[in-house]
Write a protein that binds this ligand. Structure first.
Ligand code: ADP
Length: 480
């Protein structure tokens, strides 16, 4: 095994230093075998407040640095992450259970946000507007919002951080990160590499601890924070929005999904099966764009179920560190209980298990396919976040669209067809922020990622991603 231990740190990083205010520790658990891979100081609201103070004071100078200066630092950080890719991927797999190949892929994906915004920051153009009277001259400038609080989940331990803080840093904001208590080690490792790259003290701070609600409250209620960027559940997103209302903080929210995957009768079924396998079972179904409901037109339903089941049968479960592994363990006990509940509920309502349905060891759940799914079942309305694939049947295009939109969520959606006109009709009708057509792989730093309805607000990545960390300042020069 590589020497990943050189990148294991077990304290918060604030103002350029490893620091702990608390003496107690919490264990970071490997979900594969429940072994302890780290003992991290369990910090709380007090240290979050301290981190906000230093980020606030660092903002005064960081915002005045030239965009080239910031861009060069970000590229150095990008390089360091890529140079330590194997070690970081190992830490990520150990604390999240993610198959190693997927961890490597996530490091590319996460680092690409840094590279993209290091380049994009140079194009943070303002505007000149014609004066509304002859002696006026008018400009619009874009300025960094200030201190950004980033609250992130465990399922993408790097990418969910970089996709928030890269645009923030690029435009001159400073940041306080509160990573998930399930995956603090990856977050601390990349903060260390940012420090090595030469970011000034106080510009990037990471506070680790298990008291998510109190730490979140400090970020939301502290008047020195200008913006919160959150990825996680819709339930927590709503709490944060309420907490931010008093100070009217800006918010970006990337929340839950209930992705439909529609297979029309004219689709290339083999392509659809391939897309459904990766769209459903990537990271054991634990991503917010993972397929939640597979909707198949009635006359290709049986063939699709058969081909999909045959393909899913071959998925290999195991330790994420084994290169053959395609399905790792679920993140924690709560996830396993949710799978069990959903399966029992589906069976009691007429669901037919075509594959899987069982635990392999306490941490693993088999890739599971349930035919005869219907709208009464729990997964029709709720995010599965695990390797269960329910397959629903529909008759007409209108019915498929109605079923697809029958949810409070609106993040990712997918459909497969070879009919050009249908392609346009369906993509216009889907109430989703992301539509994959004949394609299940839709994530990249170059595209605007985000949802509508209760899947959140704001977009991350692409040329649009920087706007959420900027304020417009209108300048009126009179009596020229
Ligand atoms: P998930 O089910 O993906 O863990 P959550 O929304 O529960 O989704 O968690 C996402 C992130 O938000 C995690 O880092 C978690 O610790 C944090 N979190 C959970 N509850 C709160 C809260 N009340 N305030 C702030 N952060 C929270």
């Amino acid at each position: 095994m590589n020497d990943y231990s050189k990148l294991i740190f077990e304290k918060s990083f604030v103002n350029g230093e490893w620091i702990n205010e608390s003496d107690s520790k919490f264990e970071v658990i490997n979900p594969f075998d429940l072994s302890v891979i780290g003992q991290v100081y369990n910090d709380d609201r007090l240290l979050v407040k301290k981190a906000i103070d230093v980020a606030h004071s660092a903002f005064k100078t960081w915002k005045k640095t030239s965009v080239k200066e910031r861009s060069i630092l970000m590229m150095k950080w990008y390089d360091l992450i890529m140079q330590n890719k194997i070690e970081i991927a190992t830490i990520m797999t150990l604390e999240s259970g993610k198959p190693f190949a997927e961890s490597l892929g996530e490091i590319d994906y996460g680092a690409n946000y840094i590279q993209w915004f290091a380049e994009e920051a140079k194009r943070n153009y303002g505007d000149v507007i014609p004066g509304f009277t002859s002696e006026k001259r008018i400009m619009v400038l874009k300025e960094p919002v200030g201190v950004v609080g980033a609250i992130t989940p465990w399922n993408f331990p790097i990418a969910m951080i970089t996709r928030k803080i890269a645009p923030a840093l690029a435009v001159g904001c400073t940041v306080v990160i509160r990573p998930s208590e399930e995956t603090p080690l990856t977050a601390l490792a990349i903060n260390y590499l940012a420090h090595e790259a030469g970011f000034p003290k106080g510009v990037i701070n990471t506070v680790v601890g298990t008291n998510a609600s109190e730490m979140g409250k400090e970020l939301c209620e502290n008047s020195k924070v200008s913006k919160i960027s959150f990825t996680g559940s819709t339930t927590v997103g709503k709490i944060l929005m309420q907490q931010c209302s008093d100070s009217l903080k800006k918010l970006s929210l990337e929340l839950g999904g209930n992705a439909p995957f529609i297979v029309f009768e004219d689709a290339d079924l083999d392509l659809a099966v391939k897309g459904a396998i990766s769209g459903k079972f990537r990271f054991s179904g634990q991503t917010c764009v993972c397929v939640n409901r597979i909707l198949v037109q009635e006359n290709v339903y049986d063939t699709f179920v058969e081909k999909f089941t045959a393909a899913a049968k071959n998925l290999k479960l195991g330790n994420g560190l084994d290169s053959e592994t395609q399905i790792g363990p679920l993140i924690n006990q709560k996830a396993i209980e949710r799978m069990n509940e959903m399966i029992q509920d589906a069976i009691s309502k007429g669901g037919e298990i075509k594959l899987g349905g069982n635990f392999v060891t306490p941490q693993f759940f088999e890739p599971t396919i349930i035919a005869n799914a219907n709208s009464e079942m729990l997964f029709a309305k709720n995010e599965i976040f695990g390797p269960i694939a329910p397959i629903f049947k529909f008759k007409t295009e209108e019915e498929a669209i109605e079923m697809a939109n029958d949810t409070i969520y609106g993040l990712a959606s997918y459909f497969y067809t070879k009919d050009l006109n249908r392609t346009w009709r369906v993509r216009e009708a889907l109430e989703y922020g992301i539509v994959g057509i004949n394609d299940g792989l839709i994530s990249s730093e170059m595209v605007p990622f985000g949802g509508v309805k209760q899947s959140g607000q704001g977009r991350e990545g692409s040329k649009y991603g920087m706007d959420y960390y900027l304020d417009l300042k209108y300048i009126c020069i009179g009596n020229v």
